[in-house]
Design a protein around this ligand. Structure first.
Ligand code: G3P
Ligand code: CA
Length: 302
């Protein structure tokens, strides 16, 4: 059962500041306030191989608000779901994603890596898990879950962003000029990237889809005001590492109308700490925990 929230009210609060048209001054997408999001990082990746169909299915069963998935382009210009630029870590293979076709990647098993790293949750069947195309994931899960897509290693052509948008439209997750929403009013799709260029290209094409600028900080998160103002022009929020999260930063982002999602938060006490700090959501390998904490937050408010 999905979270008990006032669906209609939240739906009404999903304000798309963006008009249907693209281009300059098109505004940006806004999200409902006071909604703490449980985002399954690479799926429920504590329990099943990361970025795999089994991990995404489990995240859906756990009622995560979103599955986060990393997307890259293959040699034949198709979209594959994988975090790394090569297969070294996951499949003990030095080949690069850009040198493989999607069909080749779909034949490569990588679940042994998970079984070795997660002996408690290991299962023999995970050994045979292979890489998936973005289209495979969208076909399999459809509108049973929402998608928080990370654009990894984009080139400057914009072809990758266009291909992702085409796939989303083909699966009825975005309309011609407005993103579809779930029964609770949350957008079916959001994007994040470390590449501001990729986000700006997406904003130009689809200002109705929420965008999040990814940052990594070695210490406490802090950004110069002019940079924050620039980001606030096109992005719905900023995503930062757990180790850098602090109340002052989160409050400052809120003043600029930016949400803050924090990665990657796997312990209950840390999720609670971030809720108390005012964060708007967490990426987590353990979505069951974050969903429960978010529900408790909502119960406390009602
Ligand atoms: O969701 C934030 C996170 O996905 C960025 O880090 O390395 O896990 O893609 P990474
Ligand atoms: Ca990611």
């Amino acid at each position: 059962m999905k979270r008990l929230i006032q669906s209609a009210a939240i739906g009404a609060l999903l304000i798309l500041g963006a008009s249907a048209c693209s281009g300059e001054d098109a505004g940006k997408a806004e999200l409902p306030d006071d909604r703490f999001l449980a985002i399954a990082h690479r799926g429920a990746s504590e329990y099943r191989p990361e970025n795999s169909l089994p991990a995404f299915r489990l995240a859906e069963e756990m009622n995560a608000d979103y599955i986060e998935l990393d997307v890259q382009m293959t040699k034949d210009g198709r979209l594959v779901v994988i975090h790394d630029e090569d297969l070294d870590r996951l499949a003990d293979d030095p080949e690069k994603v850009e040198d493989l076709t999607l069909d080749e990647m779909k034949e490569i098993p990588f679940g042994d890596h998970f079984n070795e790293k997660h002996p408690v949750n290991a299962e023999p069947e995970y050994s045979g898990v292979t890489f998936s195309g973005l289209n495979d994931v969208l076909s399999e899960l459809g509108t049973s879950i929402n998608y928080y897509i990370e654009i990894k290693t984009p080139d400057e052509s914009g072809e990758m962003e266009k291909a992702v948008l085409e796939a989303l439209a083909a699966h009825d997750l975005i309309g011609e000029d407005s993103v579809k929403t779930d029964e609770e009013g949350l957008p079916r799709v959001m994007f994040q990237s470390f590449s501001e260029d990729a986000l700006l290209r997406l904003h130009d094409m689809r200002p109705d889809i929420p965008l999040f600028r990814l940052y990594s900080f070695s210490d406490d998160a802090v950004l110069p005001p002019d940079q924050v103002e620039r980001i606030a022009d096109y992005a719905t929020g900023i995503n930062i590492p757990e180790s850098s999260a602090n109340k002052d930063f989160i409050e400052a982002m809120h003043v600029h109308g930016l949400k803050v999602h924090v990665y990657t938060v796997n312990e209950e006490t840390d999720v609670k700490k971030l809720i108390d700090m005012g964060a708007d959501g967490v990426f987590t390998n353990r979505p069951d925990i974050a969903v429960r904490m978010a529900e408790e937050k909502e119960e406390d408010r009602s």
